[in-house]
Every structure is written in C-alpha cells, then in structure tokens.
Write a protein that binds this ligand. Sequence first.
Ligand code: FES
Length: 101
Amino acid sequence: MRRIENHPVLGPDSSAEVGITVDGREVIAREGDSVAVALWADGQKLLRRSKTGQPRGMYCGIGHCFECRLLVTGDDGSNVSVRSCLTPVRQDMCITTEAGE
Ligand code: FES
C-alpha cells in the first residue's frame, strides 16, 4: 500500500481500515477513501478497458470524464456501474473492474 502515513502538516493518518473485495482479492482501504483512491493506494491504476482494448483509469478525479467506471455489487446481488472517483468505500464492498488481463 502506498500512502502518506504521517503527513508533515496534517499529521498521522488515523482513519479506520475498511475491507473491500476487488476482483475477488481482499484489499484494505481507509475510511473516507473513494474506490478509485483505495485502488490507487493499493497499486491498481487500471480500472477498465475501452471497446478497442485501451487501458482506462482515473483521469479527472471529479466525476466528469467517466473513465473510472467499474461495477459495485449491491445488496440485492446486482452489479451497478459507478464512477469510482465519486464512490466512497464501505466495509465488505464487492467491486469488479473491467481491466481484463
Ligand atoms: S476519474 Fe473522471 S469521472 Fe472518475
């Protein structure tokens, strides 16, 4: 995990850990992270591929470009496409990227 654990101005990061599942893999995020930030901190920048196979990931970071779309499994088991830069993590969240191999 790549994070600033003890910022020189803001001090140490004391946010709670949040367990999420990404493509079947357990990832530890931090409370307050967006999904995109949690994945970025975990080293995963590739979130999906375009129709022509080009890699896509977080670009604008503010919800405008839609490049960071991925699927989140809802409580009813259905997958919902979300912009990961705007979607906060929550405990036991199940995420599916469309990054491919
Ligand atoms: S990075 Fe642009 S909408 Fe998420």
